[in-house]
Structure formats: C-alpha cells, structure tokens
Ligand binder design. Structure first.
Ligand code: GLN
Length: 212
C-alpha cells in the first residue's frame, strides 16, 4: 500500500483521508516537513488558496513542497489545491504563492459570484463506470492548459451557471470549461470528489502513485 499524505493545514482533510483509505492507500495527515518527506504522494485539499499559501509559508512547507513536486512526487489537488498547483492564478491575491506542477492558468471563484456552488455529472477520462458526480464550491476553472496537460473533464457550456462573471468582459458568454486535468503524475479537479462517497477519482490517484 502506498503512503499518501493529505496536507492538513486547512480544509477537507478527514474526507480525503477516508477516501484514500477506501481507495487502497495508507493515508496520513501532513503538517511538517519531516512528515512530507515520508509520503509517496500528497493530496492538497480544498479550502481557501490564499490562506493555504500563507499557512504553507508559516509551517515552512512551501519550499520543501515545491522541491518535492519539482522532483516528481505525485500530487492531487482539489479546488483550492488545483489553484495552488497551477503555474498561475487569475483573480488571486498578490501574495499568493504557486507550487507549480501544472502548466495551467486557473481563474479563482470563476463559476459566478451569485451561484456559490452547483453540482453536475461529468464524464471523466480514465475513470470507468459512468459519469462522476461533481460538486463545485466557489470553484476555479482552468482557463488555459499547456500542451503537456491532459484534459480529463469539462463542464459543457450549457451547464456553466448563467451568471458566471457577467461583469467581467474577459470571461464573456458561458463556454465549456476545463475542470479536471493531469500532467504526468499531477492530478487536479476544480470540484470535490472527497465528499460524494465515490472513491473512483481517488483510485485513479492511488494508481498514479503506484506507477510513479
Ligand atoms: N474559492 C477558493 C479559493 O479561491 C477555493 C474553494 C474551495 O476549495 N472549495 O481558494
């Protein structure tokens, strides 16, 4: 069984631990550099990416985590975790740090300011057994993905909430949006697979960790 850490500074830590265990991993919370150095892969949960980036700095985890990701450690980010793994975050705070690992540009809180959350069933490449029920909570989307990034799931234009940033001319009319990606052994979703009782996305990550 691979040992997979869950970054435990903030957010849905227990839910990810439970899903990883169901998916066949040994899951441990990670708060310190010594703990980080012992895991085969790491989950970055949802929460608030600016807060998490500040906590990474105060727990002296930012540089060690950047180094492990650059060194090829598998990582799985959901929601705020996707934002942290992105090369660049739009609508972020100036002091927000990026971990890298994903050659994508994300837009924070992208699915609208009125509609804070919504749920849709999505086809998810690499996940067998039918669509994945995806819960979005103040979620980002991937606005640009580099050539090395595999798109695993998109929200079709018709299902993008209609009030999605009407005041932002850079965003415009609803269009299909990328909400799950993989680059090598880095996986990320804009939604929260840890809260639906369906561990298939976590199984995909456990497989990536086994292969790495
Ligand atoms: N809106 C949050 C952020 O920008 C992410 C929300 C979430 O993780 N559910 O960091």
């Amino acid at each position: 069984r691979p040992t997979i850490g869950v970054l435990a500074l903030q957010g849905a830590v227990r839910e990810h631990v439970a899903m990883l265990e169901r998916a066949g991993a040994h899951a441990v919370p990670v708060r310190r550099e010594a703990e980080l150095s012992e895991v085969d892969g790491l989950v970055l949960p949802g929460g608030e990416s600016t807060t998490m980036s500040r906590l990474l700095e105060s727990f002296e985890l930012l540089e060690p985590l950047r180094a492990r990701i650059a060194d090829g450690m598998p990582a799985f980010g959901s929601c705020a975790g996707l934002i942290l793994l992105a090369r660049q975050a739009l609508d972020g705070r100036p002091d927000q740090q990026q971990l890298g690992g994903l050659d994508v540009v994300v837009r924070r809180n992208a699915f609208g300011r009125q509609v804070d959350s919504f749920e849709v069933d999505l086809d998810f490449a690499g996940v067998g057994g039918g669509p994945v029920h995806a819960v979005f909570i103040r979620a980002p989307w991937v606005e640009k993905a580099g050539a090395g990034v595999e798109v695993l799931a998109t929200v079709p234009a018709a299902l993008v909430p209609g009030d999605s940033m009407p005041e932002d001319p850079a965003v415009g009319e609803p269009e299909a949006r990328i909400v799950a990606v993989r680059q090598g052994s880095v996986l990320a979703t804009a939604f929260h697979p840890e809260i639906t009782g369906d561990e298939r996305v976590h199984r995909l990550f456990v497989e990536l960790v086994r292969e790495a």
